[in-house]
Write a protein that binds this ligand. Structure first.
Ligand code: NAP
Ligand code: MG
Length: 477
């Protein structure tokens, strides 16, 4: 097996130490051996980006379009192969892995088009003979720090707009997904970018990530990951006046009202809570249900949860793949224990299970919990969901909003009046009506409120808010 290398200043470089990644569905299968950088090697990548930034900042929209379109086309053409690698490395099912890969390709295609459409304004000045232009320029060098749970789509929705708007990039993937990061870097390395405009540096958050956050040459940091790490990055980046964007956790509610279509509501809950092994920042982990439908809905949900097929991510028919790592599995099981201990009622699942291959498999857990239980308040990031009883629809709304997070929120109802009311009053960056909380489009803004996010939104046209800076020019002609 070839060791995966960093991509720095247009060259593939070995690292300072080595890491390995095992397939979470089959621990006997080593997916990758990869280079890990230290602070000094990371700084060399940052310097390469700083040296390359001007050339790319002045590149034509046509050139940027060509690069991004080529990357998107190759990802789409290879979606089955890359989707398989993703499923093998991260543990989501093959269908989910191929879907995510296609989405990464579509994101590059979308931003190829955006490179041609960078808008500006021209206004008459209040002074005679003077004209005013408002234009957008690149921010400079951006540090992109990604989590493991969407190892192609999240890097894509950071790298594509960064390049489309003319920035130079240093990308640090999560240590659990080096093979996906390396496959993406390989495609980008053949897209026609000048050396140094895109750099991949693998290694620990503490060294590689921290070096990006602390370097005076890095103008902006886009981070997706946990709340704790995000808050540390915010402090350090704002202390040196760097631009920062954070996408962090969620404890997303799905409200099921008495007039919901039961089959549809169960589908939304199952998909939102358990697909991708519940390892999605938009997962529905609080399912808030009003009387009138409670027993029928919970009975049907329990049955569907119990029937979910948990197995090797690459096996045909698997619905729920393994948990990503031993540490995450232990944390999930500890939360199940804490739920029981606090008096929540475990309806089904919540156990480590054995399959033909040795992996981090667990049965999806469904609880009936009280709003104050830890499992109903803290992000678990695994296949663990709580049903919470609401007295009526207004109580359901207040329970939904009673959380430090605000990423996504959903409601299932057949009433237009309730749908409109919840759409308006749910305090979240994204709201879903009769749809799972997880599963979003690639061409519209993504992000949350309260503790979930900080800074401008990602994706869609709104990505320009983060990846560009505005210049106001006055011309006396
Ligand atoms: P994490 O532990 O916070 O790590 C995220 C990234 O930050 C990784 O690349 C990590 O590197 C790096 N990092 C760690 N410490 C750092 C430091 N001191 N300075 C700079 N970078 C550092 O999160 P995760 O475990 O990968 O992902 C799970 C979390 O991501 C969940 O909380 C989930 O809600 C959140 N998430 C949010 C969204 C969203 O858009 N809102 C989407 C997906 C996931 P290492 O891997 O080397 O530690
Ligand atoms: Mg982590």
């Amino acid at each position: 097996m070839a060791t995966l290398k960093h991509y720095i200043n247009g060259r593939w470089e070995t690292g300072v130490t080595l890491g390995t990644r095992e397939n979470p569905s089959d621990l006997s299968d080593t997916v990758a051996e990869f280079a890990r950088a230290d602070t000094a090697q990371t700084e060399s990548a940052i310097r390469a980006a700083a040296d390359a930034r001007d050339e790319w900042a002045l590149s034509t929209p046509q050139r940027r379009f060509d690069v991004l379109d080529a990357i998107g086309s190759e990802i789409l053409a290879r979606k089955e192969e890359l989707g398989r690698l993703l499923a093998r490395e991260e543990g989501k099912t093959l269908v989910e892995g191929i879907g995510e890969t296609a989405r990464a390709g579509q994101i590059f295609k979308f931003f190829a088009g955006e490179a041609l459409r960078i808008p500006g304004e021209k206004l008459a000045s209040v002074r005679p003979g003077v004209e005013v232009e408002v234009t957008r320029e690149p921010v400079g060098v951006v540090g992109l720090i990604a989590p493991w749970n969407f190892p192609l789509a999240i890097p894509a929705w950071k790298i594509a707009p960064a390049l489309a708007y003319g920035n130079a990039v240093v990308f640090k993937p999560a240590e659990l997904v080096p093979a996906c990061a390396s496959a993406l870097a390989d495609i980008i390395s053949r897209s026609g970018l000048p050396a140094g405009v895109f750099n991949l540096v693998m290694g620990s958050g503490r060294q590689v990530g921290q070096a990006l956050v602390d370097s005076p040459l890095v103008d902006a940091i886009s981070f997706t990951g946990s709340v704790g790490v995000g808050q540390g990055i915010l402090k350090a980046a704002t202390a040196r006046q760097a631009r920062v964007q954070l996408e962090m956790g969620g404890k997303n509610p799905l409200v099921v009202l008495h007039d919901a279509d039961i089959a549809q509501a169960v589908d939304c809950a199952i998909q939102g809570a358990f697909f991708s092994t519940g390892q999605r920042c938009t997962a529905s982990s609080r399912i808030i249900v009003t009387p009138g439908i409670f027993d029928r809905f919970v009975g049907a949900l329990r049955e569907r949860t119990q029937a979910l097929v948990v197995d090797n991510a690459l096996k045909r028919g698997t619905e729920i793949g393994p948990v990503v790592s031993q540490a995450q599995l232990e944390q999930n099981l500890a939360y199940v224990e804490s739920g029981r201990h606090e008096g929540a009622e475990l309806l089904v699942g919540g156990q480590r299970v054995k399959r033909d291959t040795e992996g981090y498999f667990m049965s999806p857990a469904l609880f009936i919990a009280e709003p104050e239980h830890r499992i109903a308040r803290e992000e678990i990031f695994g296949p663990v969901a709580c049903v919470i009883r609401a007295r009526d629809s207004e109580h359901a709304l207040s329970l939904a909003n009673d959380t430090p997070f605000g990423l996504c929120a959903g409601v299932c109802t057949t009433s237009l009046k309730h749908a409109a009311h919840f759409k308006r009053h749910l305090r979240a960056g994204m709201v879903m009506v009769n749809l799972p909380t997880a599963g979003v489009d690639f061409h519209v803004p993504f992000g949350g409120r309260k503790g979930s996010s900080y800074g401008p939104r990602e994706q869609g046209r709104y990505a320009a808010e983060f990846y560009t800076t505005v210049k106001t020019a006055y011309i006396n002609a």
